[in-house]
Design a protein. Structure first.
Length: 145
C-alpha cells in the first residue's frame, strides 16, 4: 500500500475543516497509508523551512502557485506511476506566508492547483479530496465525472 505524507504548516482551527479532513482520511485508508504531519507556524519562513526539511520522505512535491498545473486525470496518472514504482509521496503545504525557497529547491517538483490564493485550512481539504479523486480515477470508480 502506498504511503502518502502531507506536511503542512499551521493547525486546523475550525471543527468543520477537521471533520472534512477526517472524512477524506477515512476514505483514503482503503487506498494508501496517509500521514498528516502538522507543524507549528514559526517567526520566519526559514525556521518553518528547517522544520519541513526534517519531515520530507520519498518523492517530494511542494504546493506552490508557480508550480505546474495538472488536471485531476494527470494527477491520477502521476500518482499511479509513483505507486507502480513503489515510491512514497510527500506533499508540502507551506504557511499563509508562503514556503521557504530551500524547501522548493530540494523538492522533486512543484505543483499548483490554481493561480488563485486559497486559505491554507481549506486547501488541506482540497488536497485530500484530490488525492482521493486520483485514487478513485485509478480504481475506475464512478466518483470522478
Amino acid at each position: 500500500m502506498m504511503k502518502v505524507n502531507v506536511v503542512c504548516v499551521g493547525k486546523l482551527k475550525e471543527s468543520f475543516w477537521r471533520e472534512a479532513c477526517a472524512e477524506y482520511e477515512k476514505r483514503l485508508s482503503r487506498f494508501c497509508k496517509l500521514e498528516i504531519k502538522e507543524l507549528p507556524e514559526r517567526a520566519s519562513l526559514k525556521e518553518e523551512g528547517a522544520e519541513i526539511l526534517k519531515k520530507l520522505q520519498g518523492y517530494v512535491l511542494v504546493l506552490a502557485v508557480e508550480g505546474r498545473e495538472m488536471s485531476s486525470e494527470e494527477f491520477a496518472f502521476f500518482l499511479k506511476k509513483l505507486q507502480d514504482e513503489g515510491k512514497e509521496l510527500t506533499l508540502v503545504i507551506g504557511s499563509s506566508c508562503g514556503i521557504d525557497d530551500e524547501v522548493k529547491r530540494i523538492s522533486d517538483g512543484k505543483i499548483s492547483f490554481s493561480r488563485m490564493t486559497f486559505p491554507h485550512q481549506m486547501f488541506r481539504v482540497v488536497l485530500l479530496e484530490q488525492i482521493y479523486r486520483a485514487f478513485m480515477i485509478n480504481a475506475g470508480a464512478e466518483y470522478h465525472k
